[in-house]
Design a protein around this ligand. Structure first.
Ligand SMILES: Nc1ncnc2c1ncn2[C@@H]1O[C@H](COP(=O)(O)OP(=O)(O)O)[C@@H](O)[C@H]1O
Ligand SMILES: Cc1ncsc1CCOP(=O)(O)O
Ligand SMILES: [Mg+2]
Length: 262
C-alpha cells in the first residue's frame, strides 16, 4: 500500500475538476480541499477546454445528469484523454435506472476512463451482472463481488472500485480489499461521491491508477473509522461535517495504526 501518496498529494495540491451532482457538491468541494487538493466545479461546456488544461484530474458524476451535462462530460472526457489526465467516473444509480445505465455505457464508449468508483449495485449493472440495486444505494445481491469487480474491470479496461462495508478494487488482473470503514458512511448521503473525488485527487499525483485507487480507498475508509472511534455518539449529519475536519488532519501514521487490507 502506497500511503505516501497522501503526502505527495498535500505537497502538490492538484486541481481536481468535477462535473458534480447538485445534491452533494459542497461536501465534495470541502472534502477535496480538506485532504489537500484544490477543487473546481463546472457546469459550462464553453469553459471545458480551459478547465481541463488547468486540472490534474477529473471526476464525472452521473448523480443529477441532464442532456447538457452529458454533452459537457463528453467534451471533458475527450479533452482529458487528449491531455492524458486521469478520469474517475461515478455511475450513480445505474443499477436502478435504465436510462442512466444506457447513458453511462454511451459515455464509456465515447472515451476511456482510468477508474470507475461505484457501489456493488452500480458496478454489477455496468458489468452486466444480476443485482437488486435500490436508488442510489447498493441494494442486495448474491453474486461474488470479487468476480463482479474483476470482470467489470476487464470488460471496461480500467480500474474498478466496488465500495461498501468491504471495498473491492481490481484492474482486471489484481484484486485488493479494504476492510476499514464505519456504517455511518452509509447513513450519510454523499460518501460515495466524496470517495470518487478523493480517488481522482490521488490519481492526479500518482501514475499507477490501481495503487492510487487502493490507497485513496484506504485513506477515506480509515479516516471515517478513526472519527467514529473517537466520537462513538456521532450521528449521520455531524459525521459528514466532522469527516471534513478529519480529512484535513489525518496523517499516514494514524492510518497505518488501523489499516486493514489485502
Ligand atoms: N456498511 C459499511 N461499513 C463500513 N463502511 C462502509 C459501509 N458502507 C459504505 N462504506 C464506506 O462508505 C464509502 C462510500 O461507499 P458507498 O456507501 O458504497 O458509496 P455510495 O454512497 O456511492 O453508495 C466507502 O469508503 C465505503 O468503504
Ligand atoms: C440523493 C442523490 N440523488 C441523486 S445524486 C444523490 C447523491 C448520491 O450520493 P452517494 O452516491 O455518494 O451516496
Ligand atoms: Mg454513489
Amino acid at each position: 500500500m502506497k500511503l505516501n501518496i497522501l503526502n505527495e498529494l498535500r505537497e502538490k495540491n492538484p486541481v481536481v475538476l468535477s462535473a458534480a451532482n447538485f445534491v452533494t457538491v459542497q461536501d465534495v468541494a470541502n472534502s477535496l480541499n480538506a485532504i489537500g487538493a484544490s477543487p473546481i466545479m463546472s457546469k459550462e461546456i464553453a469553459e471545458a477546454e480551459e478547465m481541463v488544461k488547468m486540472a490534474s484530474s477529473v471526476t464525472l458524476n452521473l448523480g443529477t445528469l441532464t442532456q447538457l451535462q452529458i454533452a459537457q462530460m463528453k467534451k471533458i472526457g475527450a479533452l482529458a484523454t487528449q491531455d492524458k489526465k486521469p478520469i474517475v467516473f461515478d455511475p450513480v444509480a445505474v443499477g436502478a435506472v435504465n436510462y442512466r445505465l444506457q447513458t453511462a455505457q454511451d459515455l464509456l464508449h465515447s472515451f476511456p476512463v482510468s477508474i470507475i468508483r461505484g457501489n456493488a449495485g452500480e458496478i454489477a449493472a455496468l458489468g452486466g451482472f444480476e443485482w437488486n440495486a435500490r436508488g442510489i444505494d447498493a441494494g442486495s445481491g448474491s453474486g461474488n463481488l470479487d468476480q463482479i469487480t474483476q470482470k467489470t474491470a476487464q470488460k471496461l479496461d480500467c480500474v474498478v472500485i466496488a465500495s461498501g462495508a468491504t471495498d473491492t478494487i481490481s484492474n482486471g488482473k489484481k484484486i485488493a480489499h479494504v476492510y476499514n470503514g464505519t456504517p455511518l458512511f452509509q447513513a450519510h448521503v454523499g460518501s460515495g461521491d466524496v470517495l470518487s473525488s478523493i480517488v481522482a485527487a490521488f490519481a492526479a499525483v500518482w501514475a499507477d491508477p490501481f495503487e492510487a485507487a487502493q490507497t485513496a480507498t484506504l485513506v477515506f475508509a480509515a479516516t471515517g473509522e478513526l472519527l467514529a472511534k473517537d466520537q462513538p455518539k456521532i450521528g449521520p449529519g455531524t459525521f459528514g461535517m466532522h469527516l471534513i475536519d478529519y480529512l484535513s488532519k489525518v496523517q499516514v501514521a494514524d492510518i497505518e495504526k488501523i489499516a486493514k487490507f489485502d
